[in-house]
Write a protein that binds this ligand. Sequence first.
Ligand SMILES: Cc1cc2nc3c(=O)[nH]c(=O)nc-3n(C[C@H](O)[C@H](O)[C@H](O)COP(=O)(O)OP(=O)(O)OC[C@H]3O[C@@H](n4cnc5c(N)ncnc54)[C@H](O)[C@@H]3O)c2cc1C
Length: 354
Amino acid sequence: MGVEVIVCGLGPAGRAVAHRALAAGRDVTVIDPHPDRVWTPTYAAWADELPEWLDSGVVAAVDAPTAWAVGEHRIDRVYQVFDTAALQSALTLDGATVIADRAVEVDAREVRTAGGLTRTGQVVDARGLARSAHRAEQTAYGVVSARGELAQTLFMDWRLDNGADPDDPPSFLYAVPLSADTALFEETCLAGRPALAPEVLRRRLEHRLRARGIALTGAEPVERVRFPVQGGTPGGGRFGAAGGLTHPATGYSVAAALAAADTVVTGGTVWTPRARAVAALRRAGLRALLALPPREVPVFFEVFFGLPAPLQLSYLSGHSDLGGTLAAMRALFADLPPNLRRAVVTSVIGASGR
Ligand SMILES: Cc1cc2nc3c(=O)[nH]c(=O)nc-3n(C[C@H](O)[C@H](O)[C@H](O)COP(=O)(O)OP(=O)(O)OC[C@H]3O[C@@H](n4cnc5c(N)ncnc54)[C@H](O)[C@@H]3O)c2cc1C
């Protein structure tokens, strides 16, 4: 059986590790103040990021998405929206000891809970990331509505038909089909410190959908998004968002956590030197993005989505392809117009002085 695995936090990252540890025949204890909390966010991921062991029944919709920056770009890659309830229940916890409590002292070998329990073993700290004024956040306001004219998934649509001034902090439309008839339309602030307020995003979304002939009744189910895209520290048994797995450019971490769960269970190293270098480069990429003048953000993404597909993939996915990440950043920098190159260089120099 080996050492007991003690997972703190039953979000996607903790649940994935607990599930895989059980599948490997390990003794598992899970600790979460709300272990039965039902996940509600609409999670999505690139299909090629997901591990083979994941049940194919967790998928709600699949598409090769489009990105609109200045122009239209078809992304030749399969993107899938999870059926969130199916994903949660596919990550079964049968056989685990479930403790409804708050872990208050956690290190790689021992956990103490608010209720006074102490457990010793291989500790996985997947308690997520707390909000902080120092951390850039992603925010979004979405509605589930009739699909209307939405023919394909919009991974990012930066067109300015959302009523915002080009010099205001920008947001994009994210739109994914959920069924044959319905879609989630989400106005998204990719990253901001502070990020755009839900009310601003709601107004922009309504403006944009009106402009596209999609009438809302006001009775649509709403999805609100707010989570940090910066922060998380590798080491100490931390995993998922707590362990720094969130991609700073997209806010995604669910697929990365699913893919890395077996490495954690087998005691392998998620954060190899290469992975740490990739994470540092991507953090620099986020700083550059945050420093861009708002009206230039679509230009930045026009260049990004014009890169060869393998370079886009290296930047957006995986966490240890150092050569690919560097090549993507070099190619992006080379193709940026001079004013954006200056903004990027200034953001990097400014950060190194801190
Ligand atoms: C609406 C929405 C849509 C999103 N869409 C996507 C998407 O499409 N793709 C994607 O990859 N990401 C998406 N995200 C981001 C994603 O939700 C997070 O990156 C992900 O949940 C991080 O997973 P995690 O398990 O590391 O942490 P969390 O999901 O934050 O889970 C942390 C868990 O720890 C528990 N916990 C907290 N404190 C303690 C404690 N003291 N002791 C024990 N347990 C504790 C919490 O109860 C919780 O269950 C979305 C987020 C939102 C809000």
